[in-house]
Design a protein around this ligand. Structure first.
Ligand code: ADP
Length: 236
């Protein structure tokens, strides 16, 4: 109980801290603009652009905090519907393409054995599984070297399990950090994560969704080579 309370206290402190930094920056720019000291349009529009980014960052953070809190409260309720595993993968890739995120790093999913009609099925919640793939594939793009592919692979295992792997080439993750990656707000390089729009909550959300689906996550990474996020789902 005491431990739980500490986790909760730390979380509130972390959230306040994470919200305060974009807010401080916003207030600073608003005050400068209000003071009337900025006379040229170029500087004004530069300030507005930064303010827009900071406001969006706060928005993303609040979205992620709400997602996390929702999946945490539902963690003990098992999903009941059968869903295809291919559908969320295909839908995430299409959404990334639409957002123009699938350019410098191409996401490749061309498994010859499986398609929409013979997709392996799992018991799951479509939106949550969609979010798992969105977070993992987005990370693979964000933290991958430019102009390298992100591979998504499916493997049906003998013991009625399905293995989905998301593989990218990049700087990788030092071994000592791997087990901390799913902690809330943990980032290997905080400045880099913030710069590319990260909140530090993506993998914590993934972890809780996977617990609810009785699935497991393994992370393997070779520095400057490849990083693999591998999920094992029980098959329906
Ligand atoms: P963020 O919003 O910072 O991306 P996540 O919870 O999604 O937060 O990820 C936590 C951290 O894990 C990231 O800040 C990054 O340091 C590391 N990480 C996640 N995916 C990868 C990857 N594919 N390659 C290298 N590092 C990664």
């Amino acid at each position: 109980q005491r431990n739980l309370e500490k986790v909760r206290r730390d979380f509130v402190a972390n959230v306040s801290h994470e919200l305060r930094s974009p807010l401080t920056s916003l207030v600073g720019f608003i005050e400068t603009l209000l003071s009337g000291d900025v006379h040229d349009d170029a500087t004004r529009s530069k300030f507005l652009k930064i303010m827009d980014e900071e406001a969006k960052r706060m928005n993303r953070l609040i979205d992620d905090i709400l997602s996390l809190s929702r999946v945490e409260t539902e963690e003990h309720i098992s999903p009941t519907t059968r869903i295809s595993i291919i559908e969320p993968i295909v839908s995430v890739i299409a959404a990334l393409e639409e957002r123009g995120l699938n350019k410098k790093n191409k996401v490749i999913f061309n498994d010859k054995r499986f398609n929409k009609d013979n997709s392996p099925l799992i018991i799951g919640n479509f939106d949550e599984i969609n979010q798992v793939f969105m977070n993992l594939i987005e990370n693979a793009i964000k933290y991958g070297f430019e102009d390298t592919d992100v591979d998504v692979q499916l493997l049906q295992l003998k013991n009625n399990e399905l293995n989905v792997q998301i593989i990218n080439k990049g700087e990788g993750i030092p071994k000592k950090y791997i087990e901390r990656l799913t902690e809330r707000f943990f980032r290997v390089d905080k400045a880099r994560s913030s710069k590319i729009g990260g909140t530090g909550l993506g993998l914590a959300i993934v972890k809780h969704i996977l617990i609810r689906h009785r699935a497991s996550l393994r992370i393997k990474s070779e520095i400057n080579k490849k990083t693999t996020f591998s999920i094992k789902f029980p098959l329906a």
